[in-house]
Design a protein around this ligand. Structure first.
Ligand SMILES: Cc1cc2nc3c(=O)[nH]c(=O)nc-3n(C[C@H](O)[C@H](O)[C@H](O)COP(=O)(O)OP(=O)(O)OC[C@H]3O[C@@H](n4cnc5c(N)ncnc54)[C@H](O)[C@@H]3O)c2cc1C
Length: 457
């Protein structure tokens, strides 16, 4: 493959991983980020977002040779622990025995990935460089160097936009004729809070679980950090009864947490300070098409598909982008035009599918995880999957523990859901859930779906 002079705009999670992939192929890679050097920032784990890393993300990292580096900053979570207002807890394993998703601090992960990219001789990273625009005919990127207060115009063979949801690279593509773009905000936002380590330096809640406090219209989640703290995130409407607009002062904040999160509130000594000091983050969904321009520009990660975080898949999907584009690079060699158009063709439907799945999962997490019918349904599905793994994979496992394209997972998930709806409608389901009769009922319904699919092919 002919070595190229390549720019990556955005040294976030996806950009720094993609730099490693390109450098492996012998390209000269310059990575630009508008922020100052993240490696010089002290990351306070309980106070920074943490992310769930699952199989798709791991594959992207492993294929780039970074598994060892990332394992050091990742903690396995084998299941969800639901916390009820009564103080009761329910545990639900995510996948099969030994399967886990991993909690990683976004700041630590980003630092590690930038280090991994920068240690490669083909990669140079430039911070304080904000992309302002791109001249398409020459592939010249206009940067503003915020340290030296100067504009720079730099020309590249290829430009990759990994500059996040509000991408400047995508913004340039949006000005092309017939470019599709849509953006929608959720009317819920989020707030980061902290449960610090206990007096013994250890986690104050089970370290092998992702903690969820499902409360119907809102919820809080908690993910463990390697330093013994737990980062909690409250997701809630901006306006309405239980909403950010009503938590204005110490009294209302404390009363709200004591009422709704009575087991967590005493573990948060800086609750009010954190609540007041940490910004309320907004949640945006962005779709666009295509994800490339000729053989010159390609966008990846949140720049191409910003989704809500409720399936824990935004970053995972971005790392999968890197894996897929690298495979296309191996396949198409120097034919960048085909490589890019194939990337849009293959990935765009999957980006749309994970956006839909993530949106649906919000309702599932905040509302249904507290519902006994839902918990029973998951138990029945897990049992059936155990006995007939070739016939049934729970949707969560398809998304988090497999590499089935998201669009296929969405379709199969809908078929399985229709089957489970019929099964859960049985009047005797609570008594009969683990009987042969229910098992045969599911088998029969699965067979019907398979026959229908065969007859339409
Ligand atoms: C609350 C929350 C929880 C989440 N939880 C999960 C989770 O559990 N699992 C998961 O997989 N995903 C999760 N996500 C999503 C995940 O954070 C994103 O999908 C991921 O960060 C996307 O990576 P990226 O590299 O595409 O973009 P970003 O991480 O946003 O990086 C973009 C980079 O581009 C730089 N940049 C921006 N504009 C410019 C410019 N004009 N010029 C130069 N540089 C620029 C930025 O400084 C930044 O460094 C969560 C998101 C949120 C908000």
């Amino acid at each position: 493959m002919k070595p190229q002079n390549i720019a990556i705009v955005g040294a976030g999670l996806v950009g720094s991983l993609w730099a490693v992939y390109l450098a492996k192929k012998g390209h000269k890679v310059s990575v630009f980020d508008r922020r100052s050097d993240i490696r010089k920032v002290k990351i306070i784990q309980g106070k920074s977002i943490n992310l769930a890393l699952s199989d798709r993300g791991w594959r992207g990292l492993i294929n780039a040779g970074l598994e060892e580096d990332i394992r050091k900053v990742a903690l396995p979570m084998n299941g969800r622990m639901m916390h009820y207002t009564s103080g009761d807890l329910t545990y639900q394993q995510y996948g099969k025995e030994g399967q886990a998703i991993y909690s990683v601090s976004r700041g630590l992960l980003n630092q590690t990935l930038v280090n991994c990219a920068a240690r490669h001789e083909n990669v140079e990273v430039f911070f304080n460089h904000q992309c302002k625009d791109i001249q398409l005919d020459t592939n010249t990127v206009q940067f503003f160097d915020t340290e030296n207060n100067e504009s720079k115009h730099l020309t590249f063979d290829r430009v990759f936009g990994t500059d996040g949801a509000f991408s400047a690279v995508r913004n340039r593509l949006q000005r092309l004729e017939r470019y599709d773009y849509s953006q929608e905000y959720l009317n819920h936002g989020y707030k980061e809070l902290e449960i610090p380590p206990g007096p013994d330096g250890k986690h104050q809640l089970d370290v092998t679980s992702l903690h969820i406090w499902p409360r119907g219209e809102f919820m809080m989640i908690g993910l463990p950090n390697v330093d013994g703290s737990i980062t909690c995130t409250l997701f809630m409407a901006y306006e309405g009864k239980d909403a950010f607009e009503n938590l204005k002062d110490e009294k209302t904040i404390r009363a709200f947490f004591e009422q709704h999160f009575p087991d967590a509130a005493p573990l948060m000594p800086e609750l009010v300070e954190d609540f007041n000091n940490n910004p309320t983050g907004s949640l945006v969904m962005i779709k666009c098409n295509p994800w490339h321009y000729q053989d010159k520009i390609c966008i990846m990660g949140d720049a191409a598909h910003a989704i809500v975080p409720f399936y824990g898949q935004g970053m995972n999907c971005g790392f999968e982008d890197c894996f897929v584009l690298f495979e296309l690079m191996e396949k198409h060699g120097d034919d960048w035009a085909t490589m890019f158009s194939e990337f849009t063709r293959l990935r765009k439907p999957n980006g749309d599918a994970i956006l839909e799945l993530a949106l649906r999962n919000y309702i599932e997490m905040r509302d249904k995880t507290a519902d006994p019918m839902f918990l029973l349904q998951k138990k029945i599905e897990a049992r059936f999957n155990e006995k007939y793994p070739h016939l049934w994979t729970p949707l969560y496992s398809m998304v988090s523990f497999s590499h089935i394209p998201y669009k296929d997972a969405l379709m199969k998930g809908d078929q399985q859901d229709a089957i489970m709806k019929k099964v859960m409608d049985r009047a005797d389901i609570f008594e009969m859930w683990d009987s042969d009769e229910v098992e045969n009922h599911i088998l029969e319904l699965v067979q019907n779906v398979n026959e229908t699919l065969l007859s339409t092919q």
